[in-house]
Design a protein around this ligand. Structure first.
Ligand code: PRP
Length: 187
């Protein structure tokens, strides 16, 4: 077992440690295997934060999985504008059983948009597997079939989640200190 890296000064506490994360990811993988029972499954992730969860999740699964990636422009609260695709999937999803794998569902706008797109393209089924659910900030109600942890509104980093591009590679999830979030020390 490796030693966890020290908590960055920008963070106040670890919210989900590495062992707890690993255990929950294994449980989610087993739930997906039980649901898809030997069928081909397409795991689709929205870049970039979701790749850490995806990598661990698919390696804990026993189903026959294929991976694909897309990128979208983020919705910025208060600035309006719609989510749009900046990097599309490489493969056709027509007739595929798709699991949209997300690191976090916050406003729900990203998942809402991508779900609509996958269904419009003729996927046989689309379910969402989210490591973190932050329902308090929801704008678009989206169906989450598999949820790792339900958390509050705190700004989180680690395991794919970033603060201006930093801290994605922390092996745990940590809460950023309020003075960093609200004091503008985010770069
Ligand atoms: C995060 C996350 C989701 C999205 C969820 O991505 O990976 O895709 O936000 O937020 P929402 O529910 O409010 O739409 P982000 O835009 O931060 O990009 P990143 O993955 O590259 O960090």
């Amino acid at each position: 077992m490796s030693l966890a890296p020290p908590l960055p000064v920008e963070c106040r506490r670890v919210v989900v440690d590495e062992v707890t994360l690993g255990r929950r990811v294994t449980e989610l993988a087993a739930a997906l295997d039980a649901t898809y029972g030997g069928q081909d499954v397409r795991l689709v992730t929205v870049l970039r934060g979701g790749v850490f969860f995806l990598a661990d999740l698919c390696r804990a699964m026993r189903s026959d999985v294929r991976l694909d990636f897309m990128a979208v422009s983020p919705y910025v609260p208060g600035r309006g504008g719609a989510v749009r695709v900046t990097k599309d999937l490489d493969d056709d999803v027509t007739g595929a059983h798709v699991v949209l794998v997300e690191d976090v569902v916050d406003t729900g706008l990203t998942v809402n948009y991508v779900l609509g797109l996958l269904k419009a393209r003729g996927a046989a089924s689309v379910e969402v597997c989210a490591l973190l659910d932050k329902p308090a900030r929801r704008i678009a109600e989206v169906p989450l079939s598999f949820i790792g942890f339900e958390l509050g509104e705190a700004f989180l980093v680690g395991y794919g989640l970033d603060l201006n591009g930093r801290f994605r590679n922390l092996p745990y999830i940590a809460e950023v200190a309020e003075e960093v979030v609200f004091g503008g020390r985010t770069s």
